[in-house]
Design a protein around this ligand. Sequence first.
Ligand code: UTP
Length: 297
Amino acid sequence: MKIKKVTKAVFPVAGMGTRFLPATKSIPKEIMTLVDRPLIQYAIDEARAAGIKEFIFVTSRGKSALEDYFDHSPELENTLRKAGKDDLLEILKETNMDSGAIAYLRQTRPLGLGHAVWCARRLIGDEPFAVLLPDDVIAAEKPCLQQMMEAYEQTGGNMVAAMEVPPHKASSYGVLDIAEDMGAIVLAKGMVEKPKAEDAPSNLAVIGRYILTPKVLSNLNKMKQGAGGEIQLTDAIAEETKTGKVYGYRFRGQRYDCGSKAGFLQATVAFGLARPDLREEFGAYLNDMIALQKAAQ
Ligand code: UTP
């Protein structure tokens, strides 16, 4: 079986980010920073490490800061160059994209994640593609999408990142119905969006990394024509469990839900403590905070 290489990735960033209002009234959620890097930078780095060459952003009104972020900034670069700040120039390089490697298109109405991915159909064409939700930040020795690509090279088909969650949390995720458990890789026979704890078919929840076949886009096409309200990506992938192959991949790493306030704060602490330049001072401060909290109880 010849498995086609995945070189395109879709970043759906058209959501309204209501959980972070009022900040997201004027700042795209994806530009909010973990330590000193915006969420979107973590997702781009992960995609690059996995061999992605074309980056497709599905945006909406009010996201121009996101587009500016990936532009060259000649004035800033000149100033830094004149001041001999080569280290900072090096950091800025991470934000540069090759000409033509990045595309922005608009989702004109927030009709859901499935609809956002469907909006990119013409740029994807008839190829497998990756989808990364920048809200999900994953700390891992080997980046999560790269792990998935390696597994996908053996399986082909569709692959979703999966992690174990306790039953009471299942209702926040799409959950896999497992046909065969092969360890890191599971074959799915179904996928249920946000089931109640008692209805969850397993404890394997899908998080925001996907490798998908173009068939998922045709499934979304039918849903777009038929359904009202939000168009779920989960439903279009679940459709493929009947005829095609859908695999869950238990990635190695720690995922942070940066679309929620608690998850964002947890990620800030974890990434702050992981930074050699901050670890000592920040760690000492956290210890003091914990001691103060305990004393106050
Ligand atoms: P969320 O469910 O987190 O929604 O979307 P949201 O609007 O970003 O945030 P809240 O819930 O209002 O706080 C998951 C991902 O899907 C994208 C979002 O940008 C995010 O990356 N999305 C969601 C779209 O691109 N379009 C949509 O219509 C909905």
